[in-house]
Ligand binder design. Structure first.
Ligand code: SF4
Length: 754
């Protein structure tokens, strides 16, 4: 292939583009009609191989995001407390100068970075953030992963050897689904890419299957279910271990199919012996008989899958909950087979191999202040404020944020806000002046989502069906490309001047990728001349060149001439609705890379942590105690979408949901304002009294709090809401993963006068 065909046949007249919506993990196909530089219409792409026409309200707003007058179009530098537009050269020269000064005064370890979720929804983020992190010369890296998904990575790392080897429920073929703390009707799925998740759940029931939802709220997903169990927040792991207890007690568990591929089956029964249904009924709020029923149903189903997400994982026992869901599938014959948990095999994945691997470990280094262990190359974001505040060698003085808004997403927001404002230097790559970037000395805005091409590198590896889909750019970027921004940022952090071209960084990465492939015995291009491979992709833009090499050397690839029918970027461009690569196939033992070469059903770290869960069984529960949980709405995605007028229309969605019994007890009225207080702080928020939440639990959505001076988000500021992370504590972590505890926060609620 010489170059990606230009689908932008003309810049005048009406043109139609088929793209993947990059806003959430569902990866829906969208049809975009444009005229000149205007978006005329966005609708679901009926022919998309994965989504078949489904989109949510967010998907129709790609044009609004592109046209948003608050979206930054030029770099900003803060002068005398105000952000002013500057040229790109000026911005990068300033970064190089300030970086050199700070390195000189405080050393390399005074630098840190925070990466937000949009990086994994974006090819440039996947390919070109790494050189920026390397240029920092510091191991102090934080990301949104330790507020939303690290428990899943850790449990999978411990069980399968790689934290990114994550099985997903085979939703299209399963006959029974137990879902904990997940609300895909609103979120559209998380760590499980399944466009039209609600439609797939309805089909599960239409084919005679059963859906059981465990959640403290009667969510829209719970309303779709055959049964809803309103659990006490933070006790999903207790419930899952109790189900395991019943499976062994009633002889419903089996090691069939596990003997040759897994370790630890024999030790499981003893490990869960304390979790008899009667022992967990009080703490979970789920009756013992209901727990027994769940165990019997899972064991009896033709196929079953257990799927937990935010509500189950962002708790103090998140890693245990994530592990237990997979383990239950394994010991009931619902692992690595159709209808159970299965491993996707994405088009850009590296070839699998059999035999022991390097395994997974945490704690290769520790945070400086509280000695929290490194996990997957990063430190818990809950430690960021103390690392900025605490004096001494290694104190964070300079921060780079890329597509992240930790001021709203990280716990103990009041403390973090103060810490961010004390930094000596901060650079943000972000399209908005928001609650975080208002602290930045330099803001570098990337092009809009319609000004960049797209391939979902992360979410194809979490999809319930194997597929590949490439999106061309719709509008020519009016500023420099994101690969160039990130490469120039890496160069500036390394002290390079503006005369060094970003292509130096792009070429180095591409060359590294090709050389690794030709040197690998497992690669389809093993032993080939790297110059020949480089020449084949030489005319492609930087992200496309990397992608093409990965696709062509991946499991479905054309091997640069070895398999004429194989996949390449050229083939994807010729198939604008995507290419279906088939249903998920069994992947064990090739997907397993633990040191033993076997699935670890009871990893040592998990076995040790069960003692902490056991101790929690006997904790006192006051009848008047209140616990805070979060919630999602389909019109929102963390803090990203709050500046889109069409999504923010209607009633205020940032309300505190509370059960009528609690409201009566506390003298609270619907629509009045209440003060919510935790150990970290307090917020004042309107009340929504509803029976759709368990008594003793209150719920506040996250991603709000858009009333900070210095931000420039006019639509969001009109309905600012409150930042739920002013209530979450940075001292409450899941110890195995370092993930913040965002659900089950003890709070008090009181009426506000007037
Ligand atoms: S569900 Fe997600 S991917 Fe699909 S249209 Fe909505 S935001 Fe986009």
């Amino acid at each position: 292939m010489s170059s990606a065909p230009d689908t932008r046949a003309s810049t005048t007249g009406e043109r139609t583009f088929y793209r993947t919506c990059p806003l959430c993990e569902a990866t829906c196909g969208v049809e975009i009609k444009v005229e000149g530089d205007q978006v005329k219409q966005i609708r679901g792409d009926d022919d998309d191989v994965m989504s078949g026409g489904f989109i949510c309200p967010k998907g129709t707003t790609l044009g609004a995001l592109h046209e948003d007058p608050d979206r930054l179009r030029a770099p900003l530098i803060k002068r005398d407390g105000k952000h002013v537009e500057v040229s790109w050269d000026e911005a990068f020269a300033f970064i190089a100068k300030r970086t050199a000064e700070i390195r000189e005064k405080f050393g390399d370890e005074s630098f840190a970075a925070y990466l937000g979720n949009p990086n994994v929804h974006n090819m440039a983020g996947a390919f070109f953030v790494r050189p920026v992190l390397q240029a920092l010369r510091s191991r102090t890296i934080f990301s949104a992963s330790t507020v939303d998904q690290m428990p899943r990575h850790v449990s999978c790392g411990l069980m399968y050897g790689n934290p990114d080897t994550i099985p997903v429920p085979d939703i299209d073929r399963t006959q029974y689904m137990l879902m904990l703390g997940a609300n895909p009707v609103e979120s559209n799925g998380s760590l499980c890419t399944a466009p039209d998740f609600p439609g797939r759940l309805k089909k599960l029931r239409q084919r005679g299957g059963t859906l059981v939802v465990v959640d403290p709220r009667t969510t829209r997903t719970a309303k779709l279910a055959d049964r809803h169990l309103a659990i006490r927040p933070g006790t999903d792991a207790h419930l899952l271990l109790s189900i395991t207890h019943v499976l062994f007690e009633e002889d419903l568990a089996s090691s069939d199919g596990l003997d040759d591929v897994a370790n630890g089956y024999a030790e499981l029964q003893a490990a869960v012996s304390a979790f008899a249904p009667a022992a967990v009924a009080t703490v979970t709020g789920i009756e013992a008989d209901a727990i027994r029923t769940l165990a019997r149903e899972i064991a009896a189903a033709d196929s079953a899958s257990v799927y937990g997400r935010m509500g189950a994982h962002t708790t103090e026992f998140g890693t245990l909950a994530s592990w237990a869901a997979d383990m239950i599938c394994a010991i009931t014959g619902n692992f690595d087979r159709p209808g159970g948990l299965m491993f996707p095999y994405a088009a850009p994945a590296r070839p699998r191999r059999e035999g022991p691997g390097r395994g997974f470990s945490v704690g290769r280094w520790n945070s400086r202040v509280r000695l929290a262990p490194e996990v997957r190359g990063e430190l818990p974001v809950a430690t960021m404020a103390e690392e900025i505040e605490t004096e001494g060698q290694g104190q964070i003085r300079a921060l780079v944020t890329i597509a992240g808004n930790p001021a709203l997403s990280a716990p103990n927001a009041d403390r973090l806000e103060k810490a961010l404002s004390s930094l000596a230097f901060m650079v943000s790559v972000d399209p908005y002046l928001n609650e975080t970037t208002r602290h930045a000395d330099v803001v570098l805005p990337p092009p809009s989502v319609l000004e960049r091409s797209h391939f979902d590198l992360s979410f194809t590896s979490l999809a319930v069906r194997n597929f590949a889909n490439y999106s061309p750019i719709v509008f020519e970027p009016t500023s420099i490309s994101e690969p160039d921004i990130l490469a120039r940022l890496a160069l500036a952090l390394n002290g390079a001047g503006n005369d060094v071209k970003p292509s130096v960084v792009h070429d180095m990465l591409l060359r590294g990728l090709i050389e690794r492939e030709v040197a690998s015995e497992r690669s389809v291009i093993s032993g080939r001349d790297p110059n020949e491979i480089s020449a084949a992709v030489a005319d492609l833009p930087p992200s496309e060149a990397m992608l093409d090499v990965m696709l062509r050397t991946g499991p479905y690839g054309d091997g640069f001439g070895k398999n004429a029918d194989g996949l390449s970027l050229e083939k994807l461009v010729a198939n604008p609705h995507g290419i279906d690569l088939g249903a998920l196939e069994p992947g064990v033992p090739q997907v397993i890379s633990t040191a033993s070469g076997l699935i670890e059903l009871l990893p040592t770290a998990i076995a040790d942590d069960i003692a902490r869960l056991r101790a929690d069984l006997s904790k006192e529960i006051s009848p008047s105690s209140m616990q805070l949980i979060g919630r999602r709405t389909v019109r929102s995605n963390n803090s990203w979408m709050h500046n889109v007028g069409s999504l923010m229309k209607g009633r205020d969605r940032c309300t505190l949901q509370i059960h009528p019994d609690d409201a009566t007890r506390l003298g609270l009225e619907n629509g009045s304002r209440a003060k919510v207080t935790s150990r970290a702080g307090s917020v004042e928020v309107p009340l929504e009294i509803t029976t759709e939440i368990r008594a003793g639990v209150v719920s506040l959505p996250h991603g709000y709090g858009h009333d900070q001076p210095g931000s420039a988000l006019a639509v969001a500021a009109a309905k600012p809401g409150v930042n739920s992370n002013r209530l979450t504590e940075d001292g409450r972590l899941d110890p195995l993963s370092g993930n913040a505890t965002l659900n089950g926060i003890p709070v008090t609620v009181e009426a506000l006068a007037g």
